[in-house]
Design a protein around this ligand. Sequence first.
Ligand code: ADP
Ligand code: MG
Length: 313
Amino acid sequence: RTVLRELTELQIKNPDISPLESLTDTDPNVFLKRYLKKIRDLGEGNFGKVILYVYDPANDGTGERVAVKSLKHEGCGHLHNGWMKEIDILRSLYHCNIVKYKGCCSELGGQVVQLIMEYLPLGSLRDYLPKHRLGVAHSLLFAQQICQGMEYLHSKRYIHRDLAARNVLVENKCLVKIGDFGLTKHIPEGDVYYRVREDGDSPVYWYAIECLKESKFSFSSDIWSFGVTLYEILTQCDHRQSPPAKFIQMMGNVRGQMTVMVLIKLLEKHNRLPCPRDCPPEVHLLMQQCWDFDPARRPSFTSLFESFEAIRK
Ligand code: ADP
Ligand code: MG
């Protein structure tokens, strides 16, 4: 009954916030703030902060561990709408290689909403890989799982726009899932790309050339970012070989506004990330295909999956 009362209050206070309305109307998975007990911080990116909690309504220590994501800068109106979209998108996805949505928790009549998702105990690939040396076959298994999650995302006509090792989570040594749908956009049927309007602190070293030049994001620009993610996996996310470290090395000492311009020049001259040490040439070839100047010539996630399958055998 309290849940129902809180929901009703929420809707009365916010008669015109439709994403939230749709969220609470149909969502049985409402978590109550008072039963969430904080364990520790899990990580943060540009916009979000993720914390590990135990949700224990029985208050007897039988609760489950959940990862709770909230906006870092609560109260910014334009961010709030994007945030509601991120929640809605994750809620609509169901795949074994995509982090599972569990529910929401809202405070202050819906002005603050937190996203509750399953907790992946091994953290992101960036936390995991430097501590666990994977052989090539194992690396390619992870790569294939990312392809499968992305193939599903594309089949739902979403582009991710922020595919990177920091946004891939590790469930156990045989299973990874894509997390962080903060920059995901829906592409209407028929359209092939999306142009960014908002400015912001973007992960430029993972971006395809056309994203840097014209803010043109597409299914093929996700493939480019996958190539960079594959590079990260094969370098075990060693920070000395990270994409920013390598590109900054190639670019020399440029800063601020100039960075993107110099990066574009570099990519136009066909400079790319190097072949990671111990990376088989056929895997390096796939990376290079992902980084083709022409988006139409890049492989699809389906064909990448098959290529990995053939190499693993
Ligand atoms: P942002 O949108 O701010 O980049 P992310 O969703 O990428 O936020 O989360 C930031 C970090 O928190 C991740 O890189 C990862 O280390 C950690 N994290 C996120 N979600 C989970 C989860 N479900 N389980 C465990 N760790 C997580
Ligand atoms: Mg992130």
